[in-house]
Structure formats: C-alpha cells, structure tokens
Design a binder for this molecule. Structure first.
Ligand code: ZN
Length: 318
C-alpha cells in the first residue's frame, strides 16, 4: 500500500516495492538524493570521511554502527548515510522509536520504545519479519539487545546492509559492547563494515569569541603540534564571558561534529577476530590524529570550539 510516494507499513507485515526512478517529488533537482534527508557534508563529515562512508554504504551487505551518547547527532549521521543511497535501486526501511525525519522514499516504521523488562520484544518481532521479506537496507534506531544483534548478524549474512545506532562512547569500545550482547567475535568481525563514534561540540560564537593563550591550551596543542597537527595554523579561541547579541549571551552558537571512524577492512577484521583488547585495537587501528579526541583537538586548534567545550564533551586520553 502506498500513499503519495511513501510505502506505508501495516503493523506486523511489510509491503515494500522499489520506487520508480525519478518519481515526482522524491529527489533533489540533481536527481541523486531523496529529499528531506541531511547530507554527509552538512552533518559535519570531512571529504575523505564522506568518501569512505559512501563507499562502504554502497556495498550490498555489512554492519554499519553509529556510536555515541544521547544528543550526539547519531540520527542525523544515520539519515545522511542512508541518503547516499538511491531508493530506486535499493529498498530502504527504518525501525525507530521516533521517526525524526519523514523521508518519502523510505519505509519508516515507528516502534514504541520497549520497556526495560521486555526490551527485545517489539524490535525483535519487526526485525524478524523484515529478515525474510524486508528491505535491502535496514536502519535500526537502537541495537541494544542480544536478540536484535543476532537478527542483525543474520540479516547481514543473508546479504543485507544493516545500519544501527549504539550507545557507546568510542569506536573500538563498541566491539566490547557487541561481545557483551553475546555477539560471536568472528561473526561480528565478518559482518562489520564501519563503526563511527561521534560527539557534538559547542561551536564558539564567531562574533564574540576571543584569542586563547592559556597555558592549558598551549600544553594540549603542543603535544600534537609536532606530529599530526604539524603545518596547521594554531589559533585557539575561548568563549567571551556574557557573549553577545548574536549568541544571546551564551558565547556559543550551534555545534560541530567530532568523530572517529573505524573501517573494518581485512586487517581490522583479523585483529578484531583475534583476542586483541580494545586499547590494543585502538592503537593499531586508529593512528595518530584519527581518534575522537584528536578530532576535537583539531577543532580547538582552529578556533571552532573552546577548551572547556572540548573537555566537557570528550574524555582526554591518559
Ligand atoms: Zn556571541
């Protein structure tokens, strides 16, 4: 059943068909993206990260996880990832406790957030229904129970692309989370394609922020200035007490994305499949300048965010 271009999904069953290419009103003028979804660059990803995400999402199958705490922009990232796909070529379905943005070309199913006592029930039922006759690409609002992880792995093994949010602060830490959900190490390693961990950092107001030459800032930047931050101009800034009219006295205006990306290629798959610890995996897989903290430090160096905002959002590595 479809109404005005959107596949409507009755409870307990699914009826999905490919949309006609170029269906009226579904695409931006360039015809390449569904309307109403954010784009990766608008979500805050740099060009090389956009290219990696687009390449991995285009694969026919795999498990892609977006990690972070509440209000870290995970939904925006997930939607932007899905928006790189052409719904005329691949059927896209979402299972969400709250549909944040209706997108005409996707089948979006609202599933009431399960209570803690019966968390796996509604998600599991819908996902099980989709695992046999569902979309080619499935976005799960939250992957947080053993049953949902097992169904997700089965879906990937059956040739689907699974995209899901997980609640964890770091990319390599997600691997421990999967093990805590009884995920077999080798199966998870085989299924995984990409883990993105992210935060939203308060953005300094461009109208009133001030130069920052405090010792703590200089110390932090000095650690990286001789390595991955070399050759980049250092112009750290801080919030102006009392702000200005533009930022309504806050000193900050908007947010910027900080992220780390773990692409699970053959080398990473081998390390994950072995018994490596999270800290060892991070050392091996996220090189200098590629961690969440390093990304935040870059925003401190270029004056986009402040020391206070960085330290309140991302834990400094020891
Ligand atoms: Zn201001």
């Amino acid at each position: 059943m479809r109404s005005r271009g959107r596949a409507r999904v009755p409870a307990g069953q699914l009826e999905l068909t490919l949309l006609r290419p170029g269906a009226a009103g579904l695409f931006d003028p360039d015809g390449s993206r569904p309307a109403h979804a954010p784009l990766l660059d608008a979500a805050g990803f740099e060009p090389d990260a956009q290219a990696t995400i687009t390449r991995l999402i285009a694969a026919p199958s795999g498990l892609v996880l977006v990690a972070g705490p509440s209000c870290s922009g995970r939904s925006t990232t997930a939607y932007a990832m899905l928006a790189t796909l052409d719904p005329a070529q691949r059927r896209i379905g979402t299972l969400e406790a709250r549909v944040l943005r209706p997108v005409d070309a996707w089948a979006q199913v609202h599933v009431r957030r399960p209570r803690a006592a019966a968390r796996s029930g509604p998600w599991t039922r819908r996902l099980r229904a989709w695992s046999t006759a569902g979309p080619d690409v499935i976005y799960l609002g939250e992957l947080d129970t053993p049953a949902v992880l097992e169904l997700s792995l089965q879906s990937v093994e059956a040739g689907r692309l699974m995209l899901a949010r997980v609640r964890h602060d770091r990319a390599c830490g997600v691997l421990a989370l999967l093990r805590a959900l009884h995920g077999d190490r080798v199966r998870c390693a085989d299924a995984l394609a990409l883990i993105v961990a992210q935060r939203l950092l308060p953005r300094l107001c461009p109208d009133c922020s001030q130069d920052d030459s405090r010792q703590d800032v200089r110390r932090l930047l000095a650690q990286a200035a001789s390595t991955w931050l070399a050759q980049q101009p250092l112009r750290p800034r801080r919030a102006c007490p009392g702000g200005c009219v533009h930022c309504r006295g806050a000193g900050y205006d908007g947010a910027i994305l900080a992220y780390e990306m773990l692409e699970v290629d053959s080398r990473a798959r081998s390390l994950i499949g072995s018994s490596s610890k999270g800290v060892d995996l991070e050392r091996a897989l996220l090189s200098d300048g590629r961690t969440l903290w390093a990304h935040g430090l870059q925003s401190l160096a270029n004056g986009a965010t402040s020391l206070e905002a960085l330290q309140s959002s991302i834990r400094e590595p020891r």
